[in-house]
Design a protein around this ligand. Structure first.
Ligand code: ASP
Length: 437
């Protein structure tokens, strides 16, 4: 019998996870059972994805850069990638501002609910504010300084240092281009093989994806706050979701216009990565799958994916920037502040920079939101207002972050003549003729 396609299997896993959690919360011992016996499997799944992020970046980026054979190609691609990333982020913030000004979710929130939310989430908000203070105190060139590791093993031992690993891999790849072919060839062959092994590991880990997302969603539902608070923040959440949906439409349009690929083709190719982004709330954990899907199912050549996607996962967060814009204006509205046009234009700049600085892990966007609020003169304590619904919105914005990276990699690939036909049309092709386990 033909197996169901991967995205269906993941969706079924997610659905069953939610249903299972609802049944378990009815039982007295249910929530503890889920935390003790189900949640760890979700964590194992996320860890196994994170485990291969650093080796994947090293292997594929070194191979990708050295395959370019010419440094001018690298700078051409680099310039385009960063340029398009910034452009899509500015579009995202503008959409967010448009939606939140139209819906005005903050005006409908009552004084009573506001006080209740501030009271309930003050502690959580304070810890995010303290985290943000550390980042804000850094000097203007700090980000640049942080890019260059003083020890590659140390950098590679922390997933939070992804940009440093990227820097090293690009440098190493450039070195490989510059040395004579005779010496470069065995090193390249090693990284070629290394890279293939890592890609195979992603296939193997993805076999467990439906079970992994089942565990992740079950744990999330059991631990989520009461529905009443969700309702109070309904208009705000809706504004974020509408903005994010519009952004996805923008991507589909861009892909269609630039590459002539239909929305159905694009969504079918990228959907497993989107579902994983939703379940894990982390673009970094999703990166291995994003790379595999874009390369094998959307037809982008490895030289482009290996360069554009790891950089995108760390600096291109359109969903996060859109959310930061909506959240900032929502908090201002809830506190009865009227934001001038120039304050809103300032948000475009700060939200763009803040999303670049956000780490690709759950909840990171909220820490950087503190900086956006401070710049716009909005009370930081307002963070407490949006805490209750942050996790579900984090799940949604991470989907957009990942989709944005995939879109830009297709556009860059097209512009440098590296967009071909997908290597794999069907998930089962991976295993044809090969016994995997
Ligand atoms: N969770 C997001 C990501 O990993 C970042 C954020 O907005 O919190 O892309």
């Amino acid at each position: 019998m033909r197996k169901l396609e991967l995205h269906w299997r993941i969706l079924i896993g997610m659905f069953l996870g939610v249903v299972f959690a609802y049944l378990m919360v009815q039982l007295e011992w249910g929530p503890k059972f889920v935390s003790d016996w189900i949640k760890p499997f979700g964590n194992i799944f996320i860890n196994s994805l994170k485990l291969i992020a650093v080796p994947l970046i090293l292997g594929s980026l070194i191979k990708g850069v050295s395959d370019l054979k010419d440094i001018s190609k690298l700078s051409k691609m680099g310039g385009r990638t960063i340029g398009i990333y910034v452009l899509t982020t500015v579009i995202a913030v503008s959409i967010g501002l448009g939606v939140v000004n139209l819906i005005k979710p903050g005006s409908s929130i009552s004084q009573e609910t506001r006080n209740e939310l501030v009271e309930n989430y003050k502690g959580d908000a304070d810890s995010k504010i303290a985290e943000a203070a550390k980042q804000r105190d850094a000097g203007p060139l700090r980000a640049l300084e942080d890019l260059v590791p003083d020890n590659i093993f140390q950098a590679a031992s922390d997933n939070g240092n992804m940009l440093q690993v990227i820097f090293f891999a690009i440098l190493f790849g450039v070195g490989l281009i510059l040395i004579p072919e005779e010496q470069a060839s065995p090193v390249k062959k090693f990284f070629d093989g290394f890279n293939e092994v890592i890609l195979k590991l992603i296939d193997l880990i993805m076999l467990a994806a439906p079970f992994g997302v089942f565990a992740l969603l079950a744990a999330l539902v059991v631990e989520s706050p009461s529905l009443d608070l969700f309702k109070a923040l309904g208009w705000y959440a809706l504004s974020v979701v509408i903005g994010l949906t519009l952004m996805i439409c923008v991507y589909l349009f861009i892909v269609w216009i630039v590459t002539k690929k239909t929305p159905a083709f694009f969504l079918k190719g990228i959907s497993p990565a989107q579902l994983l982004a939703f379940s894990t709330s982390s673009s970094a954990a999703t990166l291995p799958v994003t790379m595999e899907r874009v390369e094998e199912h959307l037809g982008v050549e490895e030289e482009v994916t290996s360069f554009v996607l790891p950089i995108g996962a760390t600096i291109n967060m359109d969903g996060t920037s859109l959310y930061q814009a909506v959240a900032a204006v929502f908090i201002a509205q809830a506190f009865g502040m009227d934001l001038s046009l120039s304050a809103q234009l300032g948000i475009i700049v700060t939200a763009t920079l803040a999303s670049i600085g956000s780490a690709a892990v759950p909840g990171a966007g909220m820490v950087m939101l503190v900086i956006v609020l401070a710049q716009a003169g909005i009370p930081e304590a307002g963070l407490a207002l949006i805490f209750a619904v942050d996790r579900p919105l984090d799940m949604c914005r991470t989907v957009v972050n990942v989709t944005g990276d995939a879109t830009v990699s297709m556009v860059v690939a097209k512009s440098v003549g590296k967009l071909g036909e997908p290597k794999v049309k069907d998930w089962d092709d991976h295993y044809k003729g090969k016994k995997v386990i």
